[in-house]
Design a protein around this ligand. Sequence first.
Ligand SMILES: Nc1nc2c(ncn2[C@@H]2O[C@H](COP(=O)(O)OP(=O)(O)OP(=O)(O)O)[C@@H](O)[C@H]2O)c(=O)[nH]1
Length: 204
Amino acid sequence: MNDIKLAVVGSEGVGKSALIVRFLTRRFIGEYASSSECIYRKRLSIDGRQLNLELYDPCSQPCEGKSTLTEQMHWADAFVVVYDISDRSSFHAAEAIVHLIRELRLGVTKRDVDSVVFLVGNKQDLCHVREVGREEGQRLAAEAKCQFYELSAAEHCQEVALMFSAVVRNAGLNGKAKERRRPSGSKSMAKLINNVFGKRRKSV
Ligand SMILES: Nc1nc2c(ncn2[C@@H]2O[C@H](COP(=O)(O)OP(=O)(O)OP(=O)(O)O)[C@@H](O)[C@H]2O)c(=O)[nH]1
């Protein structure tokens, strides 16, 4: 069975928890606790393969033992970088994060990151107060060579599920390539990283 670690990142209030909860429970509940970071775990089957998914939801508020973005980068196999289409500053933050992921991942692992970074413009239902055009998101994704989605955690259940499935599928394929190149050592690294993030786990 494959283990896939997925970090959902972005600035405060863009809807990271809402997207995760929508994917895991199919529900949108409106308000989400944001005082602690947590890792959700889920077993799923994609293309007939059983996968253990760990989804990391960071905490935007200062909280005890909070991990740094760099730690998150090293922990994760794939990233969903979220911004809010009605908040331009969140788009700038997403842009910086996407570039940082590229720098760190390419610098450390010398691996291609194209298939494992997804840029997501959330809150599409707020398009009447839109501050970031869809084409701006598409342009950034094309420049940074990542996948692009614009959707709404509040209104889109199917699209959110499809987006996460695509990330997991790509991360799984990427993981296979990794295994082929480096057959040993990955387990102990996973253990090490789990020690950093293993503080709080939730199952849904
Ligand atoms: N209109 C609308 N509101 C949304 C959507 N997604 C999330 N929200 C709202 O945005 C607010 C923040 O959502 P969260 O999911 O807590 O955002 P977050 O990025 O996890 O926030 P932090 O953990 O504080 O960084 C909440 O009031 C949600 O109800 C969406 O697609 N549309």
